[in-house]
Each structure stands twice: as C-alpha cells, then as structure tokens.
Design a protein around this ligand. Structure first.
Ligand code: CTP
Length: 429
C-alpha cells in the first residue's frame, strides 16, 4: 500500500454495516486505499469476502490469528494507515474506545494507533441518547476523535430519532477533510477524473501555514523541567482547520497528549529554542499562527546530571535546596513578526491573560508587531487551559471582534475562515 493514501476501516456490528461497502467504493474513487478490520459482530452483517472484493485487500478479523500476525501485526496494521475510520461505530465499540479496552483486533488497533481516528456512530436512538454514550462521545471528542453523524431518521428497529449512521457521502467528505485533501483525486464511478475539479470551500489552496501549539518543556536537569498547563488543543485545532481549508500546513508542537493530525507536517520539539529553530526552518509561509504556550524562561545552566536533593555544589549546595537561575527564552511570535523579506503575510498571535484581557492583548499586539492577536481569558475560573471551550476576542488594527463562547474547534474553524477571507481580500498580499 505504499505511495497511496491509506485508511484503515473498522467495520463493527450493526445493520448499517452494509453501508461500509459503498463507503469503500467511494473512497477508492478518491484514490484512497482501504484496508478493513471486520469485528466478529460485524461479520454477522457483511461478509469478509465482499469487503475484500471491494477493497482489493485481505480483511483482518482475529487478534491472535497466527497467519495475520506473521504477515501484518496488529500494531503495524494501525500504524500503516494515515487515518482510522470506524463505520459503523457501535455503542459497544465506542465504550471500549473511551475506556481503553483492547479485547479484539478492532479495539486493539484503536488503542495502539498513533494516527487520527474518525467514527461514524450507528445505534438505536435510546442508546445514542444514554448518558453513558454521551459521556463516552465527549471523552473521545476531547481526545481529538472526529465524529460524523449520526443522522436523524427512521431506524431499522422501528423507532425514530438520532442514531442512523451518516451516509457514505458524508463520511467520505469527513475522511477527505481529515486527510486534508486539497482536491479529490482519482475517478468517479463514471470514469470522470475528480482531480482538477474546483475546490469548493478550500480557499487556502496554494497557501502555506505554520502553527505553533502546546507547551514547551525547559530542562532543569535530565529528569526535571519547567512547563505549563497548555493542552495544545487550540493550536492543533487551528492547524487542522487551516489544512481543511486547503493550506499546506506545518505544525510545530511541544509535548502534548494529542495525536498528530493526518494531513500536515508535524514537527515535535521540547524547548522554546527548538521551537524557534523549527519555525524558522519552515519559512517562508503565508500564514503563521503562534498558539503555543512557550515558556518565557528556561534554566540558565541546565545540568546534564540529576541535581541531588542532598546538596549540589553547582546549585546552592549550602542549603541543600538548589537555586534555579533563569534566563529569557526567545519570543517566537515577535521574531516571526519582525522578520524581513520572509515575514509571513499574516502573523497571528494569542494572548493568554488573566486580567484586563483586551487592554493587555492590544498592547501585546503592538509590542510584538503581529497582525492579529487572539485574546483569551485563562484565569482559573475561565476553564480555558485544558478545557474544550474558549471565549476569545480577535484584535487587529481595525479594532476588537469579540466572539461568543464556543468550542476550541469552532474557534479554530472561524479563525481559519477569517484568515482565508483576509487573504482573499484585494488589499491582502
Ligand atoms: N510567544 C512566543 N514565544 C514566547 C512567548 C510567547 O511565540 N517566548 C507567543 C505565544 O505563542 C502567543 C503570544 O506570544 O501567541 C503571547 O503569549 P503570552 O504568554 O500571552 O504572552 P507573553 O509574551 O508570554 O507575555 P506575558 O506572559 O507577560 O503576558
């Protein structure tokens, strides 16, 4: 499966499993190679043979199949794809994902993956509305799992409501978005090339973007570091939103628990100095968004051996408690904003403030010389750090645009659209 976009499709048990066949066919039209895992209950609804015929590949089913493990271990299976898709995703498999269970090949692959995951839930409306399922879906969303559907309608069980799996077309759109496809490639079912069709809704096609995200870790010694509470969710969501609008995106991220988004270059760094070097290495770009919570200071002289509790001559041995001397880190946003010829056309910073949010952020925009600053309240009562919602004010030279409280992914989408509108406007470079 080299050289092609690869998706691992997990088909769980449910009447909607038959739609997985159409899904594979549509994905193949978009030149997406599909490899399938069929759960034991999924096999009650569709046969391995039909999945295999459409995917033109072997279908995997058992965790401890000796032949399967020899050919392709379960870890490799989940890592060989760019995206994992679960369609249909049953209440049971969703619960297993939320609680980290791994008792069959599907759940094991989902736990072992380092790739993005997209699920298309399908179940009875009462099961979908049950607080247990709601909580499980929330857990998965907060970990960055994409959820498409379910839709409202008549159900196989005779009830009406939300629970019908999204249609294959909707799932394909969500998959292509997750993969950051700027344009569909391949042929449709009539043999007409999809490549080169107008890329509706992808106004950043042809543009490049750099996004910083997450905290930085500044070493004190080999085991200790200075860090902060940033989860990286906002920065990762912005990178995904820019990529979804067609931008060729580089994400430079500090250590987070988030998975690497599928559709961009991801550079992992630890310290502010490494982040600066990675950002400078990614230039030139059209758009830079600095959403990382970069540590303002680092240890002036990090120790290359563990500082001992009982006293260490170099670090204030007399008291036994080390004296930590700090030095300032480079300001990446300011550096990018103040570059010469290769300054990005639009530089966007964030301002994390606990008081006088708009005033401080306005002052920060002028001081760092970025074009826009997105101000957010990170006081303890705001729940922004580590939470899934954000309430922001976008400040540019025209003034302040205050947005209602919304999820971090909605903030990201709206910001990416604002960026696209700005770059499309005649005055923009
Ligand atoms: N930033 C950066 N490099 C740094 C510090 C901050 O790129 N060394 C960026 C952040 O990514 C963010 C913006 O600068 O886009 C503002 O970060 P913030 O923490 O609010 O401001 P500071 O510059 O750290 O100022 P202060 O902590 O005094 O408010």
């Amino acid at each position: 499966m080299t050289g092609e976009t690869r998706v691992l499709l997990i088909v769980a048990g449910g009447i909607a499993a038959y739609k997985a066949l159409e899904l594979i066919r549509r994905l193949r039209e978009h030149a997406v190679k599909v490899r399938c895992i069929l759960t034991a209950s999924g096999a009650e609804f569709v046969t391995p043979l039909s999945l295999s015929a459409l995917s033109e590949d072997k279908v995997y089913g058992e965790l401890f199949s000796l032949t399967d493990e020899a050919e392709m271990g379960h870890i490799q299976l989940s890592r060989n794809a760019e995206l994992l898709v679960v369609a249909p995703a049953t209440a049971n498999l969703i619960a297993k994902m939320a609680t980290g269970q791994a008792d069959d090949l599907a759940s094991t692959a989902l736990l072992a993956t380092d790739k993005e995951v997209l699920i298309a839930p399908a179940m009875n409306v009462r099961m979908w509305e049950h607080p247990a399922t709601r909580a499980n879906i929330e857990t998965l969303r907060s970990r960055g799992v994409r959820v498409v559907g379910p839709n409202e309608g008549d159900m196989a069980c005779g009830e009406f409501g939300f629970g019908r799996m999204a249609e294959p077309d909707e799932i394909v759109t969500a998959i292509l978005e997750a993969l950051g496809r700027t344009r569909p490639s391949g042929n449709d079912s009539n043999g007409t090339p999809l490549t080169g069709r107008p890329s509706a809704g992808r106004p950043l096609t042809g543009r490049s973007a750099l996004v910083t995200s997450g905290p930085t870790h500044e070493a004190i010694d080999p085991v200790r570091y200075i860090a902060n509470r940033s989860s990286g969710r906002q920065g990762h969501a912005i990178a995904q939103a820019l990529a979804a609008l067609g931008a060729r995106t580089t994400l430079v991220t500090g250590p987070t628990e988030l998975r690497d988004p599928a559709n961009m270059d991801v550079i992992h760094i630890e310290s502010a100095e490494e982040m600066l070097a990675a950002c400078e290495g990614a230039l030139p770009v059209d758009i830079a968004v600095c959403a990382a919570a970069v540590a303002d200071w680092r240890a002036a002289t990090p120790s290359d051996r563990k500082i001992k509790k009982t006293g260490d001559a170099a670090y204030g041995a007399a008291e036994g408690v080390p004296r930590l001397e700090l030095t300032a880190n480079p300001d990446i946003l300011a550096r990018l904003s103040q570059r010469g010829n290769d300054r990005p056309a639009l530089v966007v910073g964030f301002a994390a403030e606990t008081e006088n949010v708009i005033l401080q952020a306005t002052e920060k925009r002028l001081r760092k010389r970025c074009d826009w600053i997105v101000a957010n309240d990170v006081s303890a009562q705001s729940g922004t750090f580590g939470g899934s919602d954000n309430s922001v004010h976008v400040i540019d030279e025209q003034g302040v645009d205050s947005w209602e409280r919304m999820s971090k992914s909605d903030v990201a989408r709206r910001l990416a659209e604002r960026i696209a509108d700005h770059l499309e406007s005649p005055a923009a470079p």
